[in-house]
Ligand binder design. Structure first.
Ligand code: NAP
Length: 254
């Protein structure tokens, strides 16, 4: 069912939209929500991946570049009623001190994590309200609460994404939409591979010597959030591996 059939006129399942569903946390969340009875609309730039996963879970795969207004408009077309939006698309580029910050990396992080989530949220807000029981999940990070050396491009973007989400929680008071911020610590996905531009050795070193979370750990929590009754709002959930106490301290750093 990977073609464009995400319309409630043809399918009575509630609709969940997951951005960045081509890998990692987004893909695992799409699978999880499908098992909970949602028709999942999966978006990412790699259409082949979201289409394949949509086929597997009986959902709909659509191309989405959250940094592009037209792409977002095409992605949300026909989605008039949406029950769950998971703003997950995002990531980090580079690990540089402020003194040598790469402005293109910063632009990528702000465009994707902050403005990308904002674009999709704005576009789907009427559909979430129209559902009568909407839920917006923002996947931020412990980087939305902490600073760490060489991480300012990412931590500042995640702080901004988090504050935008928390502001919306106030602004939607009285509307039938719940908002949950999910802030994971270390999760072994393609995150570090993207951050280090495909340098597998450097990416693997991040997770060596400790047991990180896996994408399914986060997806299960998102599934739990989505399964709460309409009057229960889980505002913020921070989840970390046992081996990590903060963005700066884990079993390796002591
Ligand atoms: P990942 O495996 O690299 O997944 C990132 C996803 O974002 C991919 O599906 C990617 O799809 C999508 N994406 C990137 N740019 C996009 C764009 N412009 N438009 C649409 N989709 C885009 O990493 P992940 O760990 O699952 O990351 C998911 C979220 O969790 C991110 O927001 C990340 O910041 C957050 N997070 C991760 C960790 C961690 O340790 N892994 C910790 C805390 C928070 P395409 O490339 O196909 O577009």
């Amino acid at each position: 069912m990977s073609t464009d059939t995400a319309s409630q006129s043809t399918d009575n399942r509630p609709i969940a939209v997951v951005t960045g569903a081509s890998s990692g946390i987004g893909a695992a969340t799409a699978r999880q929500l499908a098992t909970q009875g949602y028709h999942v609309v999966l978006g990412a730039r790699r259409l082949d991946r979201v289409t394949a996963l949509a086929d597997e879970i009986g959902g709909t795969g659509r191309q989405l570049d959250v940094t592009d207004d037209d792409s977002v408009a095409a992605f949300v077309a026909g989605l008039d009623t949406v029950n769950v939006l998971v703003n997950n698309a995002g990531g980090a580029k580079g690990l540089d001190p402020v003194s040598t910050a790469d402005l293109d990396d910063w632009r990528w992080m702000w465009e994707t994590n902050v403005l990308g989530s904002l674009r999709v949220t704005k576009a789907l807000l009427p559909a979430l309200i129209a559902s009568g029981d909407g839920l917006i999940v923002s996947v931020t990070s412990i980087a939305a609460f902490e600073a760490y050396d060489n991480g300012a491009g990412y931590t500042s973007a995640k702080h901004a994404q988090g504050v935008t989400h928390r502001t919306l929680r106030y602004e939607l008071l009285g509307k039938p939409v719940r908002l949950t911020e999910i802030a994971p610590g270390m999760v072994e996905t393609d995150f570090s591979l993207v951050r280090f531009e495909g340098d597998r050795e450097r990416a693997d070193a991040v997770y060596a010597g400790l047991t990180p979370l896996v994408a399914e750990d986060v997806a299960e929590v998102i599934g739990f959030v989505a399964s709460r009754p309409p009057h229960v709002n889980l505002d913020q959930i921070i989840l970390k591996p046992r081996d990590q106490a903060s963005a700066r301290r884990n079993v390796k750093t002591g």
